[in-house]
Design a protein around this ligand. Structure first.
Ligand SMILES: NC(=O)c1ccc[n+]([C@@H]2O[C@H](COP(=O)([O-])OP(=O)(O)OC[C@H]3O[C@@H](n4cnc5c(N)ncnc54)[C@H](OP(=O)(O)O)[C@@H]3O)[C@@H](O)[C@H]2O)c1
Length: 297
């Protein structure tokens, strides 16, 4: 049903969008692919699985070669879809060109970009190492912006394709104790909404998914497992988030919030003043300090 609606929308748009014939010629002989960053596990892998069900080739990107290769093989074994693993740190300045070159070599072009790779950072801002903050900004903001900026113009010229940015519910409200992470996701959601408006009517879907907590390795990696939200707020599965994100993307929604509870939270942060929502979020995100261990007697 959703696929039929999406196909009708695609047909209508491709009839009405002003297409650039040379852009179409530039990819003649190449097959469309969905490029997913951070696809070796978690939400990225679940999104790669969803898009694979649609048929085109999937290019999976992450740094860890072994886990990436295993994920790509499992995905092609399960779906019969062609998968191309690309081991790459997307924060490197030449990542967009390296991805494009790898796609061409594989006889593919980027039809859809899923900008998913991201990291979190917990703790009070003033106590965080600047190197950790810069690492987060390089991945969550700079790399995502660079990839979108590189891949969007040819999509617009072809009058098809899309970009799905993985934001966070945290991008809708300031987040004390995860201040830089929340701010980075606010940037990504704001960028998505603005660029989606600029590109309206041109045949390209531009969306951000803003999930609440998801059951992945993410929270452990940023040492937030002891924060209140981990015990109070139920985490969704990566698969459920991917299902909702994929459906919303096909239906042309701009900001997709998966799940009932996160949708209620989205409503709450829209109506509550920051004087209320910021302390509330701060209490949920605070990581209690461990009592210093006593010296063994
Ligand atoms: N989990 C949540 O509760 C949650 C909620 C809302 C939004 N999100 C967002 O969802 C996205 C995915 O999160 P997740 O929970 O699935 O995280 P995850 O399980 O930690 O997976 C992160 C993925 O990104 C890859 N990656 C990390 N740094 C990279 C780099 N520099 N270059 C290329 N790939 C890189 C990782 O593989 P390698 O380490 O091998 O590179 C891995 O495949 C993030 O943007 C996150 O902010 C997560």
């Amino acid at each position: 049903m959703i696929h039929s609606l999406a196909r009708v929308a695609d047909l209508w748009i491709s009839r009405h969008a002003a297409l650039d014939r040379s852009a179409l010629a530039a990819v003649s002989g190449l097959a469309p692919a969905v490029v997913v960053t951070g696809a070796s596990r978690g939400i990225g892998l679940a999104l790669a699985q969803r898009f694979a069900a649609r048929g085109p080739a999937v290019v999976l990107i992450a740094r860890g070669e072994a886990s990436l290769g295993a994920a790509a093989k499992a995905l092609s074994d399960a779906t019969g879809v062609r998968t191309v693993p690309l081991a790459l740190d997307i924060t490197s300045a030449d990542a967009p060109h390296l991805i494009e070159a790898a796609l061409r070599e594989a006889g593919l072009y980027a039809d859809v970009l899923v900008n998913n790779a991201g990291v979190g950072l917990a703790g009070p801002f003033a106590e965080q190492a600047i190197a950790d903050i810069e690492r987060l900004l390089a991945l969550n903001i700079t790399a995502a912006t660079r990839l979108m900026h590189h891949m969007l113009p040819p999509m617009l010229a072809r009058g098809r394709g899309g970009v799905l940015n993985v934001g966070s519910l945290g991008g809708l409200v300031p987040g004390p104790h995860q201040a830089v992470y929340y701010a980075s996701k606010a940037y990504l959601i704001s960028l998505t909404e603005a660029v989606a408006y600029e590109a309206r009517g041109r045949g390209v879907r531009i969306a951000a998914v803003a999930p609440g907590p998801v059951d992945t390795a993410f929270h452990r990696a940023m040492q937030a497992e002891r924060a209140l939200y981990r015990s109070l707020v139920p985490a969704m599965s990566a698969e459920a988030v991917a299902r909702s994100a994929y459906r919303g993307f096909l239906l042309g929604r701009t900001v997709i919030v998966p799940g009932v509870l996160p949708s209620l939270a989205q409503l709450a942060v829209k109506v509550l003043p920051h004087a209320v929502s910021v302390p509330l979020v701060g209490a949920l995100l605070a990581v209690e300090k461990r009592a210093p261990e006593r010296d063994a007697l």
